[in-house]
Design a protein. Structure first.
Length: 253
């Protein structure tokens, strides 16, 4: 039997699922992921990024991660294509002197040839040929990516039979693409680690803000599956899935 209190709580989370930037603070303490990857993406960048380098961050979200790098603003550029984040970046990055430009197409970036020493990308789209164009000879592309098998157990729990949204996003295939585009692979790692939700409302919010992984999700259409998730939670203490991440550092030859 449906618990009316749970239903109201889940509907409230569905309504609250509006995200600007890339900010999961709404469910902090109610879920956990990415806290035990075998690499530290910020440290990987820090090992290679020099103060004099020209840096570009593609698909910067709200610029949160970019700003955490502490690179000189006058040597920093960023792109973003999602309209709410474009507005946010205009308000937060441009006043700092960061060269922010709206760009929704990763294969047509609004910069000249050989413009950057380092290009970073955390969970965004990329095109190896375009990256080769905008990087200086010897320049680096450093990315941490969400793999094709990300959250599959959770998707199957809520929306069984849903196809993978981005087939081919794995370390082996992407390293091959970069090698074919004129890059040397300096570092490549791949990891599958747990993601855990400690209340089903947090899972509702999560599924609602990632529609490319959970297409067509809603509380009402997935109610029997949410009840199953609640049963798992009460039995096991959490609802657990698996994240898929890979790290790639590629150098333009």
């Amino acid at each position: 039997m449906l618990n009316e209190q749970l239903y109201k709580a889940w509907k409230a989370e569905e309504e609250a699922a509006r995200m600007v930037g890339w900010d999961f603070s709404h469910i902090y303490g109610r879920y956990e992921e990415e806290d035990d990857l075998p690499w530290d993406f910020r440290a990987v960048i820090g090992e290679r990024l020099r103060p004099e380098h020209r840096l570009l961050d593609i698909d910067t979200g709200g610029g949160e991660f970019l700003l955490s790098l502490g690179h000189p603003y006058s040597l920093t550029s960023a792109t973003e294509g999602y309209p709410p984040n474009v507005k946010l970046c205009g308000e937060t990055l441009k006043p700092l002197g960061i060269d922010f430009r709206e760009a929704a197409d990763s294969a047509a970036l609004p910069f000249g040839d050989s413009a950057f020493d380092v290009v970073t990308n955390r969970h965004g789209a990329f095109d190896p040929i375009e990256l080769h164009r905008i990087l200086k000879p010897g320049g680096l592309f450093i990315t941490q990516q969400v793999g094709e098998d990300n959250d599959r157990a959770l998707v199957e729990l809520l929306l069984p039979g849903t196809p993978r949204p981005f087939p081919g996003l794995n370390l082996e295939e992407q390293a091959r693409r970069f090698a074919g585009a004129g890059f040397a692979i300096l570092q490549g790692e791949e990891a599958f680690r747990p993601i855990r939700f400690y209340d089903v409302g947090a899972l509702v919010w999560f599924a609602q803000v990632i529609p490319w992984e959970f297409p067509g999700f809603s509380v009402d259409s997935c109610l029997p599956r949410l009840m199953e998730a609640q049963e798992i939670l009460e039995r096991q203490g959490c609802v657990e899935g698996t994240i898929h991440r890979y790290l790639l550092v590629a150098q333009k030859l």
